[in-house]
Structures are given as structure tokens and as C-alpha cells.
Design a protein around this ligand. Structure first.
Ligand code: SF4
Length: 265
């Protein structure tokens, strides 16, 4: 990338004084890549969280889906083999958890359906719920800057969330809600076949990797997701970086690391 342009993007990240120390971020990284963390199979049923969801009264009423002409869908992985329009329709009509009662609309995902990069966040916020698109508003603008800093336009990647509906008050998603919704993301991954996944934020990372390990300990490792073992890198959520700009430099290191990993896939 043009050095002046890169500097412009880094300035948008608040990293205008950052200077690259070498060609390879991996070479500069003090830590080795650790052994892959075990990740969920794409169609593995998350039995424990689902059980908790049922205890919590998660809705199984799919009358809205039937009214919308969407076939009943009881399989944990929402059945293999659906195409993008069908999957989008199923999500739009979904009533599998209580968030269907408070959402303005579902937020399916956006981007290039042939993208090599899949960016995965936690759940829609107020702006996303209103606009129907993930990562809009200030956090979305910062994500765009983060992507541009590694030479990617927003239009080149695919962006989605673990949850397709906004938790009221921007609370953390309940385990049962994530378990009910994750199969939709798994189906998106099956359709997209990304080269690399970037999990942004603790909630997305812990749900994708099915762990309660802290985000700090999940960073700078190559994890793998699903039966196709898509390389997965963890970094901070842009909304967190807006509140904690001192960690932008760490996010930049994560992005360079992800770029290096992607180049080797
Ligand atoms: S969050 Fe996911 S599982 Fe819950 S209603 Fe929305 S689309 Fe369905």
C-alpha cells in the first residue's frame, strides 16, 4: 500500500506515530503461534447452552416463520444446503429466542459473498438494529479504518455477528440466545468459505471458540473454527477501542498478524 495512504488510515486509528519495525509482523512478534485451540464443529449441537435457553424460556414458536412462508426449521444447524436468499429469509422470520420480541429488524450480515475475510462481532447495537446492517455508526467507521489499514475495503470483506438481533439495552447476549443463533452464522460460513475469520471483541471470540478464556489470552494465536478449520484471529471490538484508545496499538498488531496468517493460507 502507498505509505502516505497507510499513514492516513493509521491516523484514523489514532496510530499516526506508529512505525513498522520490519517486513513481517510475525517476525516482530515476541510470542510464537501457539497450538490451535479446539473449535466447534460447524454442525455440532450446543447441547448445554440450548438446554439453558429452554430453561430460560427461549421461544420455540415459529408461527411468524410459517406466516412468512418459511419452512419450519428445527435442526440445530438449520439444515445444510440452503442458499443465501433462503438463509436470509429464515433469519428475517426467526423467532427462536426472545430477542425476536424486542428487535426492530434482524441484522443478517453484509459484504462480498466471495470474501476471503469474515469479520464477526457480537450482536447488533442500537444503530445496527435501526439500519439493519452490522457495524455502522462510530464503531463501524473505526472498523472500516482498521480494515483499510491492512489494505481491505469494507466491500471486500463479509461482516456478520454471532447474534442477528439486538439484545435490549446492549446487554451481553445470554448463552441460550447465542446457542440458538450461532447455527445461522455457521451456515453463512459454509456458504462463504472464508480464508480467515477475525473475531472482534470478547463476546464474539468466546462464543465462537466456546471458551471463557479472556480476550487478552486469546489474542496472538491462530485458532481454528469448524470442521473446515478456518483460521480465526481474535482482536478488540471497535466500540471498546473507542472507549480505550490506548489499546488501538494492540489491535493494529492483531490486524497485521491476521494479514500474515491469511497470506500463508
Ligand atoms: S437472535 Fe438469532 S435466534 Fe434469536 S430471534 Fe434473532 S435470529 Fe432468531
Amino acid at each position: 500500500m502507498n505509505p502516505a495512504l497507510r499513514q492516513e488510515y493509521l491516523a484514523a486509528l489514532g496510530l499516526e506515530t506508529w512505525v513498522m519495525r520490519g517486513k513481517s509482523a510475525l517476525a516482530a512478534a515476541p510470542r510464537e503461534i501457539t497450538a490451535p485451540v479446539e473449535s466447534p464443529a460447524v454442525h455440532a449441537a450446543p447441547a448445554a447452552p440450548v438446554a439453558r435457553a429452554r430453561e430460560a424460556g427461549v421461544s420455540r414458536d415459529d408461527s411468524a416463520a410459517r406466516e412468512a412462508g418459511v419452512p419450519r426449521d428445527d435442526s440445530p444447524a438449520r439444515e445444510a444446503g440452503v442458499d443465501w436468499p433462503e438463509l436470509r429469509a429464515r433469519v428475517a422470520a426467526c423467532t427462536r429466542c426472545g430477542l425476536c420480541n424486542t428487535r426492530t429488524q434482524t441484522v443478517f450480515g453484509v459484504g462480498n459473498q466471495r470474501a476471503e475475510w469474515l469479520i464477526v462481532g457480537e450482536a447488533p447495537g442500537a444503530d445496527e438494529d435501526r439500519q439493519g446492517e452490522p457495524f455502522v455508526g462510530r464503531a463501524g467507521q473505526l472498523l472500516n479504518s482498521m480494515l483499510r489499514a491492512i489494505g481491505l475495503a469494507r466491500e471486500q470483506v463479509y461482516i456478520a455477528n454471532v447474534l442477528k438481533c439486538r439484545p435490549p439495552g446492549n446487554r451481553d447476549p445470554a448463552a441460550g440466545e447465542a446457542a440458538e443463533c450461532l447455527p445461522y452464522l455457521e451456515q453463512q460460513i459454509a456458504l462463504l468459505k472464508p480464508k480467515i475469520m477475525l473475531a472482534v471483541g470478547r463476546i464474539a471470540s468466546q462464543n465462537l471458540l466456546r471458551t471463557d478464556v479472556t480476550l487478552g489470552r486469546l489474542r496472538r494465536q491462530v485458532h481454528h473454527f469448524g470442521v473446515s478449520r478456518v483460521p480465526l484471529i481474535v482482536t478488540y471490538h471497535p466500540a471498546y477501542l473507542l472507549r480505550t484508545p490506548g489499546d488501538k496499538r494492540k489491535a493494529w498488531e492483531d490486524l497485521k498478524f491476521a494479514r500474515e496468517v491469511c497470506a500463508r493460507v
